[in-house]
Design a protein around this ligand. Structure first.
Ligand SMILES: [Zn+2]
Length: 179
């Protein structure tokens, strides 16, 4: 760590404490050369699982892609962008809590749908209609009637998709930007 006053890298820690939630360590340092004091913060780098695409490719998790899809779905709806940010952060925390190295893109998509469903039904329908690529109106209506799908369990392996049989043809998933 370089001293902000004299750029020396000779430093000693004079105080070290952890914050209330236990995820940030604050260190008070003193420069050995100029005795200037400064503070550093240390936190664990957040590790997100890789996203498994439909064709089997693995991609780094991309927050922007998910946020982008949610923004499109909530266009002209009374949903603050900050709320979307919070929802994505919540999804990320859950993804991290699973401790998996990789996670299917559709699991992420399902989590987004579940959040949108709670947030704004129109946004949910928009997102779902793009994401799920309903074949016809009946299928779509059936989905809407079934829209109160259970979101309670947090186990990603139990997150099944009623439209999974459709999978081979549908080109969309939440993380891909739906090209
Ligand atoms: Zn210094």
């Amino acid at each position: 760590m370089k001293c902000p006053y004299c750029s020396s890298t000779d430093t000693k820690v004079v105080d070290s404490r952890i914050n209330q939630t236990g995820d940030i360590t604050r260190r008070r340092r003193e420069c050995i050369r100029c005795e200037g004091r400064y503070t550093t913060y240390e936190r664990v780098e957040e590790v997100m699982p890789l996203v498994i695409k439909k064709d089997g490719r693995r991609e780094p998790y991309a927050r922007e892609k998910i946020l982008d899809g949610m923004k499109k779905a909530t266009q002209k709806r009374a949903v603050p962008t900050q709320r979307l940010d919070e929802l994505v952060t919540g999804i990320e925390k859950r993804l991290q809590s699973y401790g998996l190295k990789e996670i299917p893109a559709k699991t992420v998509g399902h989590m987004v749908m579940a959040e949108l469903h709670k947030l704004d039904k129109v946004a949910y329908v928009r997102f779902a209609s793009v994401y799920r690529e309903f074949k016809d109106v009946e299928e779509f209506v059936a989905e809407l009637q079934d829209a109160d799908f259970k979101q309670a369990n947090d186990d990603p392996s139990l997150m099944m998709f009623p439209f999974a049989a459709n999978d081979s043809e549908s080109g969309g998933d939440a993380g891909s930007g739906r090209s």
